[in-house]
Design a protein around this ligand. Structure first.
Ligand code: GLP
Length: 240
């Protein structure tokens, strides 16, 4: 794993954007795996700027998002579909028909997981962007998730609900389940870019880079990936 430590969040976001811009230039028809959460927002702002400055186009890009809450419709302001529209898709020239995200509002969630796995099977990511949970989760693959997992339904841990409750009115409003791309499907991406910012990620970053490869820290599996870049700001990297 290549580790880049930056002074702050802004520099982390800029460096991350350089990686994505390079891919968009080299392969305009790429499959781009995307993540939600506060961490990649700065990356997306840099990508919007690169698009507005005429440096890149998303016209040929197929997106593949990591995860979605169960029970939230696409229009719900807390849904990840809404997050992606407002933080990236509405501001660039990506085609609506090329946007892919699991649909957590489906009645038959098992069928939805199978549909999303089949999509990933025929559209493997050229690059997968990841954030990291303070417990080391990637996507919504919580500690204990098997490394060979495909898209599946998860029960969110109390710690994840607590972390994510800052974006809801109260913890009781945080959905208890989500649909997430599996670890095996994340690992199949040709390249992986994982971002971490802030002191509350320091332990997870340490376990990811220096810890033993174990299902107790899902992100530690990335040590096995042939082309993974971790960009962490100083606070997140403080235990390295
Ligand atoms: C959620 C998402 C993850 C994300 C994590 C960290 O749980 N499912 O994909 O990496 O939050 O979020 P943040 O970047 O806001 O710390």
């Amino acid at each position: 794993m290549k580790v880049i430590i930056t002074e702050n969040y802004e520099e982390m976001s800029k460096k991350a954007a350089e990686v994505v811009v390079e891919l968009l230039k080299q392969k305009p028809q790429c499959v781009l795996g995307l993540a939600t959460g506060s961490t990649p927002i700065g990356l997306y702002q840099n990508l919007i700027k690169a698009y507005k400055d005429g440096i890149v186009s998303f016209d040929g890009v197929t997106s593949a998002n990591l995860d979605e809450y169960v029970g939230l419709y696409k229009e719900h302001v807390q849904s990840y579909a809404y997050f992606m529209r407002t933080n990236l898709f509405d501001h660039v020239d990506i085609k609506t028909e090329n946007l892919n995200i699991p649909d957590g509002s489906k009645k038959d969630l098992e069928a939805e997981c199978a549909r999303y796995s089949a999509f990933l099977q025929s559209n493997p990511q050229d690059l997968q962007v990841l954030g990291i949970g303070s417990n080391g989760h990637i996507g919504f693959n919580e500690p204990g998730t098997p490394f060979d997992s495909k898209t599946h339904l998860v029960n969110l841990t109390e710690s994840t609900k607590k972390d994510n409750s800052r974006l809801f009115d109260s913890i009781d409003e945080v959905p208890t389940q989500a649909v997430t791309m599996g670890i095996a499907e994340i690992m199949k991406s040709k390249k992986i870019l994982i971002l971490a910012s802030g002191e509350n990620k320091a332990n997870a970053v340490y376990q990811t880079v220096k810890g033993e490869i174990s299902e107790s820290c899902p992100a530690s599996v990335l040590q096995n990936h042939p082309d993974c870049i971790l960009i962490a700001d100083k606070a997140a990297a403080k235990l390295l």
